[in-house]
Design a protein around this ligand. Structure first.
Ligand code: G3P
Ligand code: CA
Length: 301
């Protein structure tokens, strides 16, 4: 009889041990060690900002008003907007240089007028690609202009704007500055309400020359573990507030070098909580994510 009880006890212990091993351990996340609810500026070194990458683009078609609305609702600090320019000089929210992936038509953005782009369906592709997140309401969504985004979200929102393909469309920086002024978003009422990012150093320098107070993030493209020299860091400091780097190439020592140089470091594009936590503990000051809800949970918001 005693043996039977012992066998049962061993069996129960083993059963729970196996269960512990096979259940995903998402909840066993290390506590992050930065200031979570600081009232300081969004660009303070003590903040970790949540950037809704192309909106909450894991939940809704990227670069649509719906995706940006969800981003805000899910606690993102910033709406990220990639900019392309149309044939008739309008700035629209679109990541790719062409419309093939995210609309029902094909061709380059710069070969269409705004009117032509407005006729396209920028939502249905998402339903086909992400059936788990598909919604009837996404069908037929339109490509928004930068002005429409500002009209919709107003001056209380924070915008993290990327200038894409400036070489293809000269005049993008001038158009961007004109629109920011038109909507009285510069000079910014709150520090960090507008952030401009680009892989193009020329575009950032052009902006810096005209609007020296506008925070700029230099995007850097690494294809192997990131490294940076003192000289590169001091050149960056002359015009940029920080850098944006693909998280896959980040490492703790690079992050330390960048932070010690007084530059912010924003990692893109991080969608898993475990990776968000690791990066935060390494010291990044911002994360672009398609799932701002997950990052909000990690940040305890
Ligand atoms: O903006 C940072 C990051 O978004 C750059 O990647 O290709 O998604 O614009 P991409
Ligand atoms: Ca971007």
């Amino acid at each position: 009889m005693k043996k039977k009880w012992m066998f049962a006890a061993v069996f129960i212990v083993l059963f729970f041990f196996v269960l512990y091993l096979i259940i995903p351990q998402e909840e066993k996340i290390e506590e992050v060690s930065f200031m979570k609810n600081s009232s300081e500026s969004l660009l303070s070194v003590n903040r970790m900002i949540n950037i809704a990458h192309r909106g909450a683009s894991g939940h809704a078609p990227e670069h649509t008003i719906k995706a940006y609305e969800l981003g805000e609702k899910m606690g993102a600090d910033y709406i990220e907007i990639d900019l392309q320019m149309t044939k008739d000089g309008e700035l629209v929210a679109m990541h790719d240089a062409d419309i093939d992936r995210t609309t029902d038509k094909t061709g380059f953005v710069h070969s269409f007028t705004l009117k032509e782009l407005k006729e396209m369906d920028a939502g249905s592709w998402f339903n086909l690609e992400s059936p788990g997140a598909a919604q009837e309401a996404y069908k037929g969504l339109k490509i928004p202009t930068l002005q429409e985004v500002f009209e919709h979200f107003g001056s209380d929102a924070n915008y993290y704007i990327e200038i894409k393909q400036p070489d293809e469309s000269p005049g993008m920086t001038a158009a961007l500055i004109r629109i920011l002024k038109e909507y009285q978003l510069i000079p910014a009422e709150r520090e960090g309400a507008i952030v401009i990012q680009s892989f193009s150093k020329e575009s950032l320098l052009e902006i810096h020359q005209q609007e020296p107070d506008l925070p700029l993030i230099q995007l850097l493209s690494y294809k192997q573990p990131a490294q940076i020299t003192e000289r590169e860091l001091s050149e960056l400091r002359e015009y940029a507030t920080g850098i944006g780097v693909n998280y896959l190439y980040l490492n703790e020592s690079f992050i330390k070098d960048v932070r010690e140089a007084d530059l912010l470091l924003h990692a893109y594009t991080v969608n898993e909580k475990r990776e968000m936590n690791a990066l935060i503990n390494w010291g990044v000051t911002g994360i672009f994510t398609n799932y701002p809800d997950r990052l909000s949970e990690v940040l305890g918001k």
